[in-house]
Design a protein around this ligand. Sequence first.
Ligand code: UD1
Ligand code: CA
Length: 449
Amino acid sequence: MPTALIVLAAGQGTRMNSDLPKVLHKLAGVPLFAHALAAARTLDAEKTVLVVGHGGDAVRAEALAMDPDVIVVEQKEQLGTGHAVLQARAVLAGFEGDVVVLYGDTPFVRPETLEEMAKARAKHDIVVLGFKAADPGRYGRLVMDGPNLERIVEFKDATPAEREITLCNSGIKMAPAGLIFDLLDDVGNTNASGEYYLTDIVEVAQKRGLSATAVSCDETETLGINSRPELAKAEAAFQARARLQALDDGVTLVAPDTVFFSLDTVLGRDVIVEPNVIFGPGVTVETGATVRAFSHLEGCHLGGRSGVGPFARLRPGAELANDAHVGNFVEIKNSQIGEGAKIGHLSYIGDAEIGDETNIGAGTVTCNYDGVGKHRTVIGKRAFIGSDTMLIAPVTVGDEAMTASGSVISQDVPDGALAIERSEQVIKPGLARKLFEKLKSAKVLKGKG
Ligand code: UD1
Ligand code: CA
């Protein structure tokens, strides 16, 4: 059965107390809505529709940057979750398959749970995801009759007896596309909030003799984020799970509670991560690599047995081949570092290519930016870049070439050549002692006034 995903993300998120739309707040290094969009892969969705409203342009831009195939539709006025789903009707016209509705602020639904819902769809027209809430609070309640879901009642509209129900609505629903839009035509807004509730499709379906059921999951999966304390709690929950997962996957975390992961972090077996390391989005680390303390990594790839840090910063596009070594206080951006190459200390390497087995001396800088444009530095294999070399890009240093310490290299260096760029050293015998004495006596005179 082909599937389309609709992610609702138009709500204002007033309780975040923020200028940023709620779904753009980050969880595990990516915007909140990206967690729901990730379900599209699980479901192998043919189409993904994101319904945006408040801050729609910003959400649209981020969503398309992440996945150009996402169809973004706008809900100009937020008239309720049912009204929000209806905004996807036009773009899904003629779609023959199931629709899965997810909320952009509910990030933790597991793939297995969605699969269970799909199984239940074989016997029922509508499947709703429910959960037993420890504190049901303001969640909608699922009114069941055996396996049959009779209706969903919002807290505001519920009778005292219905408020006693602890099986709550997660918001996630699965139903045939044509049916869901058709049912929504019969949903009104005469309720406590004056909104078009998506939840009302269940009652409409029952009246038409169709069937609905609920699948239950753990409350941790349906955690919805409405405020910053909830966001912080969700982040903590994500990190706790990611750390356990990494340990199970054969990664050594010396101090797990001090390491932070992103949604898409990939660490190979026998990777060692020392304390206080942050994995921003887009990091892959191959088997046997070591990430030492206080390193910050994003958008980078570390080859097998490579090592970075302590205090290393790898920015997007940093690619380390196997056995490459990046030491302390080194920043690397958009650069390929060859096999066994070493950048041990205090360097900036940006927009560069460093060949295999090349050694970059302490304090080397690729001067990649001229104030307007960025330029590349290319260094060959087995080259030796002396400490404090300034490489003025665009520039090329050949295989087995050398630069002398302190050189400012603005011209290409051929293979095997040594480039020296510094003024000649002059020695003045005894002058230092004389100078010291002069300076000291001047200080004494000054002291006497
Ligand atoms: C909704 C459910 C409730 C459920 C709870 C779970 C309805 C009527 N109620 O309530 O049964 O227990 O979620 O968290 O569905 N949105 C839009 N456009 C709108 C309104 C909402 O896109 O016009 C989006 C929001 O951005 C959010 C999601 O839909 O991602 C849920 O909306 P929200 O207002 O948070 O619904 P709740 O009142 O929490
Ligand atoms: Ca909510």
